[in-house]
Design a protein around this ligand. Structure first.
Ligand code: ZN
Ligand code: ZN
Length: 351
């Protein structure tokens, strides 16, 4: 089979490898699609794999069809489609014992520590990682977007948003737009996206969002005009930039919540008066990391797939680039060198 593997930092190639054989509880999944995550680009060109293990098949946002299972797995799984939860937690540490698998202290991970989804097939440790879709019309590409869509859902849940509240989301990329969709599903009265690039503002507007450019617009004033004079109940900071965090602090109401979702790329600086506002307004600053996979209080992955199956959460219109495995290394390079600008890009088997 073909697999796109990282051989060393900057050396990402599509090669022929053997199709793995499932043993024990393992599942063999025929990949339908696998998204290129924002984290894959620095992984390929700057950082390498987490444990500098090479060669490694990258890709952790994927789904597909189970085509074979090991001798201890349920053989009726063969033929089922779904998304794959890529984290392999130790199940022994304190976070794992409380079901907080994203916080595991000693985890393995498909696509960054073990072979992942940029391949024709992927070996998955057990049925536990499989989130079944029961709608045969749900596209493979949508299954490849379950992971980022669930991160977006997690951010909205952690924000504590309740029906009737208003929200500003900084960053109009795929996760920002999916967060906007969850906010509407959860009953937000007003959802406004903010970005600094006209191209992204336009793309998100074309998809039915209210989007403002913070380079040319006073976000605080414009938002209040749309919100009966009131500041936002909730801010999602999805860019990782200090400027957006600071602006979010200015735009949120007293006792409001600022969710920090975007990964930082450099030291974060906010202005003195913004720091003071955190105190004066008694703001709640909430960090988020990945998503929640235990069934209590709710398995966010199962909920994403359920909402996709029902057609309530739609994501395919965010895809700007679909690639074969052969063309994937080139696409990743073009993203890294800013030759192409993407919303969501993915490897799609084209089914
Ligand atoms: Zn990711
Ligand atoms: Zn653990």
């Amino acid at each position: 089979m073909k697999a796109s593997q990282l051989f060393k930092i900057g050396d990402f190639r599509t090669v022929e490898v053997d199709v793995p054989t499932p043993h024990g509880k393992e599942l063999l999944v025929k990949i339908g699609s696998c998204g290129i995550c924002g984290s894959d680009i620095p992984r390929i060109f700057e950082l390498g794999t987490s444990k500098q293990k090479y060669p490694l098949t990258l890709g952790h946002e994927f789904g597909g069809e189970i085509v074979a299972v090991g001798e201890e797995a349920d053989s009726s799984l063969v033929g089922k489609r779904g998304a794959i939860f890529p984290c392999i937690p130790c199940r022994n540490c304190e976070p794992c014992l409380s079901g907080d698998y994203a916080m595991c202290l000693d985890y393995d991970y498909l696509g960054s520590r073990s072979d992942g989804g940029f391949a024709e097939y992927c070996l998955v440790p057990s049925e536990w990682h499989f989130v079944e879709s029961t709608n045969p019309d749900l596209s493979d590409d949508a299954l490849g977007m379950v992971e980022p869509c669930t991160v977006a859902q997690h951010a909205i849940r952690k924000s504590g948003l309740t029906a009737g509240q208003s929200i500003i989301i900084f960053g109009a990329g795929p996760i920002g737009q999916m967060a906007a969709r969850w906010a509407k599903i959860f009953g937000a009265s007003l959802v406004v996206l903010v970005d600094v690039l006209d191209e992204k503002v336009e793309f998100a507007r074309e998809r039915g969002n209210i989007v403002l450019n913070s380079m040319t617009t006073d976000i605080n004033e414009e938002f209040k005009k749309m919100n009966h004079g009131k500041p936002a109940d909730i801010i999602i900071e999805g860019t990782g930039a200090g400027a957006a965090l600071g602006l979010g602090i200015e735009c949120v109401k007293t006792f409001g919540t600022v969710v920090m979702m975007g990964n930082p790329h450099r030291d974060t600086t906010i202005k003195l008066h913004q720091h003071s506002q955190i105190l004066r307004k008694e703001l709640k600053i909430q960090g988020i990391w990945n998503s929640h996979y235990a069934d209590t209080p709710i398995n966010e992955w199962h909920y994403t797939v359920k909402m996709m199956d029902a057609g309530i959460m739609q994501v395919e219109d965010l895809i700007t680039h679909r690639s074969t495995l052969e063309d994937l290394p080139k696409l990743c390079e073009d993203i890294f060198t800013h030759k192409v600008s993407i919303c969501k890009a993915l490897y799609s088997s084209g089914k």
